[in-house]
Design a protein around this ligand. Sequence first.
Ligand code: ATP
Ligand code: MG
Length: 741
Amino acid sequence: MTTPSHLERLNPEQRAAIETTEGPLLVLAGAGTGKTRVLTTRFAHILLSGHAKPWQILAVTFTNKAAREMRERISGLTGETTDGLWLGTFHALCARMLRRHAEYVGLTSSFLILDTDDQLRLLKQVAEPWRIDIKRWPLPGLLGVIQRWKDRGLTPDGVTPAEDSSYADGHARAIYGTYQARLRELNACDFGDLMLHVVDILRTRPDVLEQYHRLFRYILVDEYQDTNTVQYLWLRLLARREGMPSNICCVGDDDQSIYSWRGAEVENILRFEKDFPGARIVRLERNYRSTAQILGTAAGLIAHNDGRLGKTLRPGREDAQGEPVLIVSIWDSDAEAREVCRRIETMRRDGHALGEIAILVRAGFQTRAFEERLVQFGIPYRIIGGLRFYERAEIRDALAYMRVLVNPADDLAFERIINVPKRGVGTAALQKLHAQARTERNGLSSAVETLLTTAAFRGKSQEKLASLMQTFVKQRSVLGREGHVVAVSGLLEDSGYLEMWRNDNAPDAPGRLENLKELVRALADFGTLGEFLEHVSLVMEAEGAAEEDRVSVMTLHGAKGLEFDSVFLPGWEEGVFPSQRTLDEGGDKGLEEERRLAYVGITRARHRAVILHAASRRIYANWQESMPSRFLDELPDEYVEREGDTPTRRERQDYSGYFTDSIFSDSQNSTMAPLVAKKRRTAVHDELVSSAPQIEVGARVFHQKFGYGVVINADRGATEVVFEEAGTRRVMSSYLQTVTS
Ligand code: ATP
Ligand code: MG
């Protein structure tokens, strides 16, 4: 018998996973082994072999992008349109089901899905009677508690007193009940309800459940390791059919579980065999994506995690010998972005497609530096899974504050921030303001000043607006005296804007605060606030070119399941990756999740992976020395090549008796410098070098990379040196040795 064409070029294990259509099946396999390909082909195989009609297959992907890709692959394989398929993310699929059965949970099919702002406003009304001290228990935190319950599939009745949260003085459960009732009255639900309501319906309405049991003959789930409890319950309800086989096929990799902060339970993988007796487990071991070096590097790293299910991963590509994974040490974070762009530029000249290149960052704030360099180099890019830096809400708010600071008559900007944070300015007050502004012909800001003298605003908002106006006046004078970085920091602080995000317990709030910090950091690159704002409009303008071939910039979380020829992984420094939050929390659990994230990052690359770390990063206007990420030391030497001349963490730790972060971060105290450098210097230099506690202007110095030179400017952290061969350069004093000759 000949092999049907869609099953060609598959290995025996993959074929088994595709052709075993009946009964529960778990594909447990490492990155790039073809799990997603198995799912897609399985979908096509079920159709082509006549086992089911397209709409009788339920296929769950993790992102909308993955759903789109799967649609394309399926229509490519079957040649049919993919309309009407039950294929999408958990939330998209549940929204569709809920529209069909909304009446069972007290909604109509036209129910509204609330966004976070609406949710908070509603929660505030609902919580009123409990008189919660919202300073102590901010509402977003309460929303977070409710969301976690929903992730676990708990309705208000389902939350046992033992599971009640101490949040909001122990009233959280009661408020949750009222909140749900109120949503129902409004014919609305929130994002978490989409799953929760459907699970509720499937649990309580056997007739509905049966309808789906008959409909879905096959269930396919990608990225199974990242399902949370409510998603798991939903799958289990749909898959366990009385008297019929559970034709559920899940594919996953415990090493790529990176969403536990959103309630994902990797244990769902372990439970699979228990939940679905007779389940078959298929392991795929050949990786078809990456070179042997990339695989070896990733495998060496993830081996540092405990409690793994354990999988073998072998290179499966014939051309699998490639370049080593490159680890590049860079002096500072500015140079890092420049270095990446320089390399991309070279690759472009060598004929590489930009669409096959990705820059994967740990945190959203990191994209800013890359976006600006990419624009400067004229390299088209796209930000995936998020907004471009200057388009993000918190950045636009902050920019609006800056615009009002330099120009009180900037009404658009002023209107954006007048009630952010909330200052109790309602529609009526705004109308009054606009009317006044028209009379005065002098802008909103000035109209506020006038109306404040007439006590036109009610109670609190009168006070708050007065304080806002004073803040602007104060910071305008700071701007003249102490410069724009200080003034903007002061403005964002005194206006209550930063406080607003600090009090926000939504999962994305810390990221927003980091973005704001990064914004202030960027300010320091410019002489004046005016120059900076002009620069921003230029960067914003630069987009728009309709080029298809673009570099992808995204977070590691957003990159799951994707692949690129070349991947740049910047910012591998303690406090960036692993993140500061993980380090602050301590313990292995968070660290292991960060390590899995690093594993996901490396395994996105087909041919080339470049990891970068900078020896210093700018925090506000100051440079701060940073430690190379511990993950760098965990990469096996045989597969990596190290470039650049900042010491690795391992080298630094060889002197751990002397070495602490605080010593190292104080570059004036360079006790460590000669020690660190000692490992690298040659015998010729030995007698010339003396220990250098202080490097002074005029001193003759030796630098490992640039050779001999004379210090012309000695500053904390960075020292300017005229090198005999390399010319004038700014280097870090801790890497210089003074030379007596
Ligand atoms: P991840 O864990 O990152 O989601 P995955 O296990 O889902 O990875 P796929 O994305 O399905 O892996 O496959 C990785 C790459 O290998 C894809 O480009 C796919 O087309 C290719 N591939 C998969 N199986 C084979 C095969 N048998 N022969 C050749 N190429 C294959
Ligand atoms: Mg995949």
